[in-house]
Design a protein around this ligand. Sequence first.
Ligand SMILES: [Cu+2]
Length: 144
Amino acid sequence: MLNSQFWPRPLAWSLAALILVAAGCGGAGGADGQAGFVSSEQGHFEGRFSPDSTPIELQQIHSWTLELRDGDGAPVRDARIAIQGGMPAHQHGLPTVPEVAGEVEPGRYRVDGIKFSMKGLWVFRLQVWAGALSDEVVWQVELP
Ligand SMILES: [Cu+2]
């Protein structure tokens, strides 16, 4: 049976980027590329990651909000979140080390210290631990 475990991860990333670029042509998502919730890699959660203010300014430090909900649409509370990110096309990471400032409302987590140093496609990998579950939300941001 064909399974994603047989796909080397870089290939999966390229495919994800390709799909995003194709989707981006519709222009529906605006500057952040995605607007709605996306399913986490294992399907345990749905997440949406959005800037607290727009338009997104380059070279400015700003805060974002990660909204997490479970398969029933209920907020995911008391999650622990680790953030990684970078530009796959350039093979560099984030210029800052973002941190989760806290759960500001049930299932809504404020992330401080995000900065973009250039235009292009940025990809966040938000690892989430909640209860007995662990999963990863992958979120793309295209800065035109
Ligand atoms: Cu870059």
